[in-house]
Ligand binder design. Structure first.
Ligand code: ZN
Length: 286
């Protein structure tokens, strides 16, 4: 069974097709991407002639220009701002909202250090057809060369799966079968979850979470605890309790394991009552 990596998000965003194009942003992104490209070229040149002072100084120059340029955009396009900015959708949201991708799009990545830049662009017809085929659970699409365990990751259905070492040698059809199997198992789990009520005994009708909402929250957190990533005793949890004015919407619901629910309950009873919202961990892929 391949592993569901939850790597669609992790600081990865798509510019929302519903938001008008912003020429300032287009200009920023174009320049940053060119500088990053230039930096990669200089690294290669440096690897070939590590003792050339000229190459060394040009390499440093590019790095310096890039550093200064992105520094002036850190407030605008680093992770904390981007998460609040409706122009940028987490990739999972983009893919599930636009079930058929018709227009070219780019995966943009950012974290605390590096503001938004392009990590992958899907431009032509062939690219988009491949994305749609993967979303339709037809043909898996290689998404990242290396996942958390250094194995190739594929988009299939609405998530990214990392192959197990034993699956690496499989043929293309073999890989497809592996994914069909994995997402079928996942679906069965989802069906079970959406049927059963939350295990919390005190749940009133107002607290009950509709099945569709459960599924979307489950997908968002990749079937793992939103706090610690555990798979044990998962259940849904209102970030702000309904009786304290919280809403029954995806924004206010998280998937937590038994331990994390326990510790949250402990804190709430301890009177501190500070409820933290979930943030995707900040990691880079390069
Ligand atoms: Zn947990």
């Amino acid at each position: 069974m391949p592993t569901n990596t939850n790597m669609l998000d992790y600081g990865n965003f798509v510019y929302s097709p519903e938001v008008p194009e912003n020429s300032k942003f287009v200009e920023y992104l174009g320049y940053v991407d060119r500088l990053l490209q230039r930096q990669r070229e200089m690294e290669l040149a440096w690897k070939e002639s590590p003792f050339s002072p000229e190459v060394e100084s040009r390499k440093r120059e590019v790095a310096e220009v890039l550093r200064e340029y992105v520094a002036s955009f850190r407030d605008k396009y680093a992770i904390r701002s981007v998460e609040q900015d409706t122009a940028f959708l987490p990739v999972s949201q983009f893919l599930s909202r636009f079930q058929r991708i018709r227009e070219p799009f780019s995966i943009l990545h950012c974290n605390l250090d590096m503001p938004l830049h392009t990590v992958h662009a899907f431009r032509g017809h062939v690219d988009l057809a491949a994305v749609n085929a993967a979303l339709d659970e037809d043909t898996p699409l290689l998404w990242w060369q290396r996942g958390p365990h250094n194995n190739p990751c594929y988009l299939f259905g609405d998530r990214v799966w990392e192959l197990k070492p034993s699956e690496l040698d499989a043929s293309k059809e073999g890989i497809a079968m592996v994914f069909i199997d994995a997402s079928e198992k996942d679906r069965q789990k989802l069906n079970r979850l959406s049927r059963c009520n939350s295990s919390t005994a005190t749940l009133s009708d107002a607290d009950a979470i509709p099945g569709a909402l459960r599924i979307s929250v489950w997908r968002r957190s990749g079937g793992k605890c939103a706090k610690c990533g555990s798979h044990k005793q998962l259940d849904f949890d209102h970030i702000v309790p309904i009786n304290k004015g919280g809403t029954n919407t995806a924004d206010n619901i998280q998937l937590l394991c038994g331990k994390c629910r326990e510790s949250r309950r402990g804190k709430a009873e301890g009177g501190r009552g500070t409820l933290t919202t979930h943030h995707y961990p900040l990691t880079t892929h390069h």
